[in-house]
Write a protein that binds this ligand. Structure first.
Ligand SMILES: *Cc1c(COP(=O)(O)O)cnc(C)c1O
Length: 395
């Protein structure tokens, strides 16, 4: 090797082996180099015994996958570029022309939008079910039903379903279940081991998470995970994952790996703060409902209590009908510490006003809904922020 330009690329130096540090190493690669043609021909891209191409996994992505699988109580995890990609991967892998998917009416909005547009265009039908009525789901499952989505609690309106009852019904009918477990995050309950009221337990087939939320916690990463406990089901998902080409970047994986050790601490801190603020809202005359699974009046509180002691730092309030949408917007605009923005579980507290009419088939509440997501600020400051903003709308 005489030309220094070549030496910049093919250098004989190798650092000593055996380096160890608290943080796992970060490997970045599109290309993975094979030792020889025999290794190339023998490449095993279906399992994790080796490496074939950056898109199919690196030590960095394998490490995060293994940690999320354990967190969720599952055995295999796939990483995708967002929480929404985790939802659409499950749909694309498991649904074919002529199939039907059932989705809770209060599900994360983009899950419903994917069904309404992409799935519909591919000849896959969908229906939305009442998230609080297992009998309604049982009546809806037909010969074409292949997949039931679940979410606990529902996005924005926070009704907590009788998760084990829904899973048992779908299982009994031979239909796969997928849970959007972003709220529980693998910390509030084990989606693969849900206690039944009558004894015993059931588990969902697939748990997806927006790692964007609690796993990352920084409001600076988009990533999703798809976790299973069944090798054959995992392989179906993995093959679709490979064909669609959904890789994640090592820099993003590094951020999530770095945040995982503090995830439970952040979850519990935001849980505690969320309950304090939700209880404060309960005493306010401006709102008629506080939707937080830990509050006894919140829909599905009993279902939550049977599964968990933990909640995410997230809740909604329903303003009294005497307040117009414009007045509620004015309240939101008057907040100083709460920033207006989607997502949750980051360091900054967030707020979003929602009109239920466009979101739900049969809206349960009449007034405008405001969702709060707790950040990591001191809760007394957040309470004071809500109090000062309420002076804008008056009694
Ligand atoms: C945020 C979120 C998603 C989507 O995650 P992205 O990474 O933003 O695509 C899916 N489901 C729930 C319940 C969420 O809160």
């Amino acid at each position: 090797m005489t030309d220094p330009r070549t030496g910049l690329i093919h250098h004989p130096y190798e650092p000593p082996a055996g380096f160890d540090a608290p943080a796992p190493g970060v490997f970045k690669a599109s290309t993975v180099i094979f030792k020889d043609t025999a290794a190339l021909h023998a490449r095993a891209w279906k399992d994790k015994t080796g490496y074939t191409y950056g898109l199919h996994g690196t030590p960095t992505t394998f490490t995060l996958e293994a940690r999320i699988a354990s967190l969720e109580g599952g055995l295999q995890t796939l990483l995708v570029p967002s929480g929404l990609a985790a939802i659409s991967l499950v749909d694309m892998a498991l649904l074919k022309h002529g199939d039907e998917v059932l989705i809770p009416d209060n599900a994360y909005g983009p899950n419903k939008e994917f069904a309404r547009h992409e799935l519909a265009a591919w000849g896959i039908t969908h229906r939305f079910f009442d998230p609080m009525d297992p009998a309604a789901l049982a009546a809806m499952i037909g010969p074409a039903t292949r997949l039931v989505w679940l979410e606990a609690p529902g996005s924005v309106t926070m009704e907590f379903p009788d998760l084990p009852a829904f899973v048992r019904i779908a299982k009994h009918r031979g239909v796969l279940t997928a849970l959007d477990n972003t709220w529980g995050a693998g910390l509030a309950f084990n989606a693969f081991d849900l206690p039944l009221a009558e004894g015993g337990s059931v588990g969902v087939d697939i748990s997806v998470q927006a790692l964007t939320k609690y796993a990352s916690g920084g409001a600076d990463v988009l990533m999703g995970s798809v976790t299973t406990r069944d090798e054959a089901l995992h392989l179906r998902l993995k093959l679709c994952h490979m064909r669609t080409g959904w890789g994640v970047g090592a820099n993003d994986v590094e951020l999530v790996l770095r945040a995982l050790p503090t995830m439970a601490l952040r979850y519990d801190a935001q849980d505690w703060a969320g309950r304090r603020l939700a209880e404060w809202w309960e005493a306010r005359p401006e709102v008629t409902h506080v939707l937080h699974p830990a509050l006894p009046e919140s829909p599905g509180h009993d279902h939550w209590q049977r599964l968990s002691r933990r909640t995410a730092g997230l809740f909604s309030v329903v303003f009294d009908e005497r307040y117009s949408a414009a007045q509620v917007d004015a309240f939101v605009d008057a907040l100083q510490l709460f920033k207006i923005g989607f997502s949750w579980a980051g360091p900054v507290s967030l707020v979003v006003p929602y009109g239920l009419a466009s979101m739900r088939a049969k809206p349960t509440w009449k007034g405008a809904v405001v969702r709060f997501s707790l950040g990591l600020e001191a809760v007394d400051d957040l309470i004071a922020d809500c109090a000062q903003a309420l002076t804008v709308v008056g009694r």
